[in-house]
Design a protein around this ligand. Sequence first.
Ligand SMILES: *[C@@H]1O[C@H](CO)[C@@H](O)[C@H](O)[C@H]1NC(C)=O
Length: 351
Amino acid sequence: MVAHKAIHFYLLTPLLLQILKIHAKVPAIIVFGDSSVDAGNNNQISTILKSNFQPYGRDFNGGQPTGRFSNGRIPTDFISEAMGIKPIIPAYLDPTYDIKDFATGVCFASAGTGYDNATSDVLSVIPLWKELEYYKEYQNELRDYLGNDKANEVLSEALYLISIGTNDFLENYYVIPGRSSEFSIEEYQNFLVGIAGDFITALYQLGARKVSIGGLPPMGCLPLERTMNILYGSGCIEEYNDVAKNFNKKLQGLVAKLKMELGVQLVLSNVYDILSEMIQKPNSFGFEDAATACCGTGLFEMGYLCDKLINPFTCSDASKYVFWDSFHPTEKSNAIIADHVLKTSLAQFLM
Ligand SMILES: *[C@@H]1O[C@H](CO)[C@@H](O)[C@H](O)[C@H]1NC(C)=O
């Protein structure tokens, strides 16, 4: 009798898991940001910042270059899968998907964009305010598709993931004259945090209740930045890492303030420490190289410079590398980053 019961329990477990998934608190994941989470929106706009060709996507579902800046999936895909929703989050502008697909997850992110309008201008990509306009359009489509009540329920129970900010510093402030003559680095950070606050508030006013804002990575350790530091031994640019840490502290302050003011479930997803650890101790994660990237020479290439047709040097096994191109992690790194935030900042949304 006891054995019989035990078998029953064992057989029921997958079914129970299935039921738990169906009743998961998060019915959809809605993504805003830059190339760290762009699933292919840039394929549909006029910009040179694209990745919809080989070797990008080499390890994505049998080798599909989707416009993700990696050899495979990006963190938001892994998060969606772990939450029992679906293994990839489609790009809103991708014409092969429609509202049926977007009802459980949609990505508005655009590679190369930033909090600052001047950042998205650099490479003619989608500014953050425009991502929000697309989101409003999506809300209307979702209401047509599901009906008002059901759509509003999905929109308020959905998890909103924001990952943006690196380009404001590395593509704009530190390389283009303009913002750096207008703002000190401290003032510029405050300017960006102000935009982040307005963005989260706008999302809240549109119905969002569960929001994660991503902190900056150790951006001085991206292979491209190390290459810029080549005269000083190709180490990380500590000045940029310090800015990232300082900015993350400011975001933490913003999160505390908005939680009080709005009563929104808002978390800061910190990727700085886990990525730092991977860079400092690559071997303990099974990586062999954390300083150079897999694509091309590993020193400076991304986007078209990685194109298989012009660059024969790309490594054969991306999983040995922390970085896929000079600016973006490999799929393996993305999985580790996703796992980390799922266990920390996002854990409260899994219950
Ligand atoms: C960015 O541009 C949009 C559209 O022109 C504008 O509404 C918004 O206020 C601008 N943001 C900032 C911070 O200047």
